[in-house]
Design a protein around this ligand. Structure first.
Ligand SMILES: Cc1ncc(COP(=O)(O)O)c(C=O)c1O
Length: 404
């Protein structure tokens, strides 16, 4: 057994990760290298966080510059990078107020706290949040309760109460689920971890209308879909609606830990002492996020995600035409998935890895692509050569040896 694998097994809790088994030591742009010097095209992209690719000069320079000035202050004082970041988030989202924090789960926790306070103030104490089956909102206890995956919940019961689930993209089910005690609906504009599930064209518009009709809040979790990933800066722009509360993370920091939740004037009901975070909005991460967002906008990486994503999707659809084992292609921009007719996700990811491409398996039968927003059509061509040869190889695997 490799030295690092042995140490990893000895020291880390066994949460079932390291499924691709490589030890990465360096990254640049859309490429990473392992300790033996083997190069990979990285289409996992830090689970959609590495929006500018690895070690982008803009991030390196922002880190260097800010780390020589001021790394951490507290929420008791003003810092300039945080204000610059807040200004960009507010002006691009059309929302009114922001709280900056450290992870997607924490942003969603804050969003739910805000919705509960809104329920206390304006909805006779309503506190329940409706979210979707197959959703993913993070790993804290409340976010495990919000996440619509029973297998993530069972080991940790009893979970915080006040969460209920309906099938995604099912408006009648949502309509029935809204009751007196509902304060908000929490949805991903496209479900990421759940297998890249894109709702029908008017779903979000109808959910928006339902929330308005019932006077409850719409929270959109854009932790994975935000910051240009789907070909618009915020994925809800595809539907022409605006949430009351939006959470962002991942691509915002381009690889450093930062996230935020934003709200419109009506929903932004926190008062002094309601929320806080030691590291939330620290100058170092805020400076990097501001630089990342500025770069995404200036270089039109949103447009690049739309264009290259469209090309990538066409190439995947051509794959589906050619191979019976490809059941469906889903997604938008640079958040794409392929579902197979058989449980070959892990096998696909490992064959691709051996041939120099990292992709994300969603077992049993879906693979997901979340490359950096800087990728080119040539990168897609290179990836597709590998994907196609891997499809050829896994197609020949007998059903009995799959999924191992
Ligand atoms: C939609 C969504 N929300 C929340 C999270 C949790 O983010 P984090 O891992 O930063 O807590 C994720 C992570 O995959 C996500 O995809």
């Amino acid at each position: 057994m490799n030295h690092w694998v042995e140490l990893d097994k000895r020291y880390f809790m066994d949460t079932g990760h390291r499924r691709l088994g490589v030890t990465l030591v360096r990254g640049e742009g859309a490429r990473v290298w392992d300790e033996a010097g083997k190069e990979y095209l990285d289409f996992i992209g830090g689970w959609a966080a590495c929006s500018l690719g690895h070690c982008h000069p803009v991030i390196v320079e922002a880190l260097r510059e800010q780390s020589t000035r001021l790394i951490l202050a507290t929420l008791d004082v003003y810092t300039t990078p945080q204000i610059e970041l807040a200004e960009m988030l507010i002006s691009t989202s059309g929302l009114a107020k922001v709280f900056v924090c450290n992870s997607g789960a924490e942003a969603n926790e804050g969003a739910v706290k805000l919705a509960r306070k809104y329920g206390k103030l304006h909805l006779n104490g309503a506190y329940e949040v409706i979210s979707a089956l197959k959703s993913f909102h993070g790993r804290t206890l409340a976010m495990v309760a919000a996440t619509g995956k029973p297998e993530y919940q069972a080991p940790f019961t009893p979970l915080p109460e006040g969460f209920t689930h309906v099938p995604y993209n099912d408006l009648p089910a949502l309509r029935i689920a809204v009751r007196e005690r509902t304060c908000a609906i929490l949805l991903e504009p496209i479900q990421g971890e759940g297998g890249v599930n894109v709702p029908t064209e008017d779903y979000l518009q109808q959910v928006r209308a339902l929330c308005d009709e019932r006077g409850i809040l719409l929270i959109l979790d854009e932790v994975q879909t935000g910051c240009g990933r789907t070909g618009t800066l915020w994925a809800h722009e595809h539907s022409g609606i605006r949430p009351d509360i939006m959470t962002v993370g991942k691509g915002l920091g381009g690889g450093i830990p930062i996230a935020a939740f934003l709200a419109n004037e009506r929903a932004a009901c926190f008062g002094p002492g309601d929320h806080g975070s030691t590291y939330g909005g620290n100058p170092l991460c805020s400076a990097v996020a501001a630089a990342v967002l500025r770069f995404i906008l200036k270089e039109d990486l949103v447009g690049n995600a739309a264009r290259v994503g469209r090309y990538f999707r066409e190439r995947l659809l051509a794959l589906q035409e050619k191979w019976d084992i490809v059941k469906e292609v889903r997604g938008r921009g640079l958040l794409l998935a392929v579902e197979f007719t058989r449980p070959v996700a892990l096998g696909m990811a490992r064959v691709c890895r051996d041939r120099g491409l990292l992709i994300n398996p969603i077992p049993p039968q879906t693979i997901r692509f979340m490359p950096p927003l800087i990728i080119t059509m040539q990168d897609v061509d290179q990836a597709m050569m590998i994907v196609e040869s891997a499809v050829g190889q896994v197609s020949q695997v007998t059903a009995s040896s799959e999924g191992a």
